[in-house]
Design a protein around this ligand. Structure first.
Ligand code: IMP
Ligand code: MG
Length: 185
């Protein structure tokens, strides 16, 4: 596996900046959900580091569930607009205050599909918390109630986000120099 230093263009958001902002989001969420329980739904796999850090910064009672989705046309770096549920929730969300935790909103198709899917299950409330927002690439309008960082239109990796499934474990968000990146295999 290629060492990320070989294709890292720049560290876009360093670890300390990420953690500081996540603490702020946790504080804001805790205030706005005061008196309620939150049901966090994490979209695998990119959202898992964000979920783990965010939930430690939330002080109201919370529960967690997971779902996974895939865009048709696996391996593609661009959403096609068609999203398939590959792992469904384990528990009912009827009458619960659901907060969807996602790594990045790009075209918006993933979140739009997931929101549509979850709405049919009658949650009491449904909001979105996204760590990253590539606002310039939006193709479908989606609500982001809690946003960590708006970022430029560049492919990013680390902190849950992958390049061909690797590099999710890095504690920062980096941008890729595509001409220096060699896909595995
Ligand atoms: P959307 O459906 O176009 O909004 O794409 C959202 C999904 O695409 C995210 O959940 C990520 O899995 C993936 N994605 C979009 N941009 C990036 C990126 O820069 N790095 C890694 N994954 C990305
Ligand atoms: Mg993802």
């Amino acid at each position: 596996m290629q060492d990320y230093h070989e294709f890292l263009e720049e560290v876009l958001i360093d670890e300390q900046t990420l953690q500081r902002r996540i603490a702020e989001l946790g504080e804001q969420i805790s205030q706005e959900y005061r008196g309620k329980d939150i049901h966090l739904i994490c979209i695998l796999r990119g959202g898992m580091l964000f979920l783990a850090d965010l939930m430690r910064c939330i002080t109201v009672p919370l529960t967690v569930d997971f779902m996974a989705v895939s865009s048709y046309g696996a391996g593609a770096r661009q959403s096609t607009g068609h999203v398939r549920i590959t792992l469904d929730l384990q528990t009912s969300i009827i009458d619960r205050d659901v907060l969807l935790v996602e790594d990045i909103v790009d075209s918006g198709y993933t979140i739009a599909s997931v929101l549509e899917f979850l709405e049919t299950r009658r949650p009491r409330s449904l909001r979105v918390c996204a760590l990253l927002d590539k606002a310039g690439r939006r193709e479908i309008d989606v609500p982001i109630h809690y946003c960590g960082f708006v970022i430029p239109d560049k492919f990013v990796f680390g902190y849950g986000l992958d390049m061909d499934e690797y590099y999710r474990n890095l504690p920062f968000i980096g941008t890729v120099a595509p001409q220096r990146y060699q896909p595995p295999g």
